[in-house]
Structures are given as C-alpha cells and as structure tokens.
Design a protein around this ligand. Structure first.
Ligand SMILES: Nc1ncnc2c1ncn2[C@@H]1O[C@H](COP(=O)(O)OS(=O)(=O)O)[C@@H](OP(=O)(O)O)[C@H]1O
Length: 397
C-alpha cells in the first residue's frame, strides 16, 4: 500500500477512536448529571426540566363508619380506646352490648344485631369483642362501613390467653399449677372440644373471625385457605400487633383521621397532669380511683393499672384525667349512659309553656354556663343540647 494511503487509514482510525472516546465521555457526563444532578446546586439552572411541585390534594373527608373486630389478646383494647374516644369527640354513636351480653356482645355466641343495646343503634362505630358474623354486622352497620381487625403472632397470643383466661377456660383450669409447659406437653389431656370457652385454648383467632376452630389446617388446608379469602374480602385493614405503630399509620390513612396531634396531646396530658412523668403500675386492689380499676378475669389473675396520685379527688381536672385513662369496660358503660340520655332527650316532647320564657339578655354571659344554659343564650336551645352539655361534665360511675 502506498505510504499516503497508509497515513490516511491511520488518520481515520485516530478520528474514530477520538469520536468514540468523546461519545463515551459525553454519555457519562449526561448520565452523571441526570442521576446526581439533584445534589448539584447548578443543576436546576442547566436543566430546568424538573417537574413542577405536586399540587396538594384536598384533604379527604373523615370516614365515620367503622366496625373493628376486636380479637382476644391482640392489643385490640388500644385500638378500641382510640375508636371510642374519636367517636365521642365527633358525637358518633357507638354500638354497645346490651347489659345481658356483658361487654363482649354475648361472646362466644355468634354475633347478632339483637345483642346491641337499642339506645346505640344505628351505630357509626363498633369496636367491642364479638364473634364475627358478616351478615349480622352488615344488618347493623350502615352501608359503606369499613371493616378492620387485628391479629397477633399466635405463640405470644396463646401465652397471653393462657395467663388471662387461666380460671375461665376449663382446659386451662385442669392444668396442674397453672403451668403453660404442662399444657403444651399434652394439650389433648386437658382440652375438650365444645366446652364453654374452649376456643381460648384452640385456634382463638379462627373462632373470633367466625371460622371453625376445630378444623386443622393439617387435614383441611382448603378450609383454611377459604377462611383467609373471606377475611381478605371483608376487612379493608388487618392490623398486626407486632407492627402496631405501622398499623396505626395505615388505620389513620384508611379512615382519613388526623390522630397524631390528638394522641400526642392525650399522652402529654396524661403524663404532665394526671400520672406524673413516671406512672406506677399497680395491682387493681391498690387502685383507689374506682373508674380506673381494670376488669379482672378472676381472683387468681391480677391485671394491673394506674391510679391518680392521692386517689384523684373531686374536680374537673380529675374528671378529665379519668376520662382519658378509663379502661374500656368503664368507658363502654359511660358511653352507654351518655347515649341513653341522648336518646331519651330526643324522645322527650317539647314542654308546652303557659307563659313565654323571659327574653334572653344579650351580652350577658355570652357562652352560657353548664347547667344554667337556657337563661343566658341568645338563641333557643336545640332539643338535646342541654343533655349534651351536661354529658360533657358528667362523672362516670
Ligand atoms: N401497642 C401494643 N403493641 C403490642 N402489644 C400490645 C400493645 N398494647 C397491648 N398489647 C398486648 O396485647 C395484649 C392485650 O391484648 P387485648 O387488649 O386485645 O386484650 S383483651 O382481649 O381485650 O383482654 C397484652 O399482651 P400480654 O402482655 O402478652 O398479655 C398486651 O401487652
């Protein structure tokens, strides 16, 4: 090949190598800018391509109809307390058991709408223990109700059931020295299917969810798969006790409730004004404030709680603390009394007055006084308002 041609070939090779090198450099720079550009202060000026800031979507309205299936020993009381207090604050009706059903809607019977106290129907919120029955709950709750439940890792849950229902469940009562180890070594020695409260010793979660706790997944995998499918179909959220905080975040989002501030405020008030910075756990017998004594499943099991310093004493500050800290059984009773009064106030006919009432004096006590409201308000009272105001100042039994 003539030398000129050889030189030309070499020059072409050099140019292509340079081109490839430049191309590679160019690509790397663009890629670096695209991936790291956000951290470089000059990036937005060079590439004004970033998306416009997302416009904040308007807040969703709070969802006000909720049925929470409170399963046993799964941290459900905490959720129930949140729901009860939310309901009271928003003047919602809470479905509560008829007194003959105690505080668990006649558990272990299948839930029936007949178990609900008439003064608490139709409800917005339901959050007490019951055995799930979809058709009956749908008969009771308004259309559009969101269903929620909570589960817990079964071994921890069983341990909790064993100690709590030790004297309640016959299978546990038979175990010598109330020993969990002895029970676990030979459960069939102590367990009799079909006995009252037998479900606390065998597949409690399946039973609470309305399933058959005697069907073993080992012999009947299809049954269990079907039950799980039903649960997934009905419940919009299945909370998990081991992920309680995360579950609360999901609950709050699902219902569009703004719980953060309320929970933080309640906690601070409890610590600062009610129990002090280091609340002391006490056995129920040592809790002098009756409304704060937790419910005891038997004399042999001591469920602990908290007491107000000096047993509380009278006054609005004590009442506010009691309302915040009251365990669920007393709180259910308190809500029931309040809702019964609301219903009877609604049913009461307006009094027929011979003489018209004295004209209200404008400018005098514009906000009225609890217990003396009707004299000083410039507008006539709505039926039931007197009762509502008094309810706010009510002290539970
Ligand atoms: N936030 C949170 N996270 C995880 N675990 C929690 C929480 N709150 C309560 N608990 C534990 O739940 C057990 C009580 O459950 P319940 O409230 O459902 O009990 S009950 O069925 O109403 O009696 C009970 O379990 P044990 O202590 O193992 O008995 C509580 O300690």
């Amino acid at each position: 090949m003539p030398p000129i041609l050889q030189q030309l070939q070499q020059a072409t090779k050099m140019i292509s190598r340079r081109k490839i090198l430049l191309l590679v450099l160019g690509c790397s720079t663009i890629s670096l800018l695209l991936h790291q550009g956000a951290q470089l202060s000059w990036y937005p000026k060079l590439f004004p391509l970033s998306c416009p800031p997302l416009r904040e979507s308007p807040p969703r309205p709070k969802h006000m109809t909720v049925a929470f299936l409170k399963t046993h020993k799964t941290a459900g009381t905490t959720v129930q307390n949140i729901l009860f207090r939310f309901a009271e604050r928003h003047n919602l009706t809470v479905a509560l058991p008829h007194p003959s059903c105690e505080h668990q809607f006649c558990y272990p019977r299948n839930f029936s709408a007949h178990f609900v106290h008439p003064a608490t129907r139709p409800p917005h919120v339901l959050a007490s223990h019951l055995r799930f029955d979809r058709a009956e709950l749908e008969r009771l709750m308004p259309p559009g109700t969101i269903y929620i439940t909570i589960l817990r890792e079964p071994a921890a849950m069983f341990e909790s059931l064993f100690s709590y229902y030790n004297q309640y469940c016959p299978a546990f009562r038979r175990v010598p020295n109330a020993s969990l180890e002895a029970f676990l070594q030979a459960p069939e020695t102590y367990y009799r299917a079909g006995e009252h409260f037998a479900m606390f010793a065998h597949n409690t979660l399946a039973y609470d969810l309305g399933g058959d706790n005697e069907r073993s997944p080992r012999n009947d995998a299809a049954y269990l798969a079907g039950l799980i499918r039903q649960v997934e179909e009905v419940f919009s959220l299945v909370m998990i006790a081991e992920y309680f905080d995360e579950s609360l975040v999901l609950l709050r989002r699902l219902l569009a409730w703004d719980l953060d501030d309320e929970l933080r405020e309640a906690r601070q008030r409890l610590l600062r004004h009610c129990f002090g910075d280091k609340p002391v756990l006490r056995p129920a017998a040592q809790i002098r404030t009756k409304q704060l004594q937790p419910w005891q499943p038997s004399r042999k099991v001591d469920i602990m709680g908290y007491d107000l310093p000096g047993g509380g004493g009278a006054g609005p500050a004590t009442e506010a603390c009691i309302k915040l800290a009251m365990p669920e059984v007393q709180y259910s009773n308190y809500l029931l009394r309040k809702q019964k009064r609301r219903v009877s106030a609604r049913a009461r006919p307006e009094p027929v007055l011979d003489k018209p009432p004295p004209r209200p004096i404008r400018g005098l006590e514009p906000y009225g006084k609890i217990g003396d409201v009707s004299l000083h308000l410039s507008r006539p009272l709505q039926p039931g308002l007197n009762a509502t105001l008094r309810d706010g100042a009510d002290t539970p039994d």
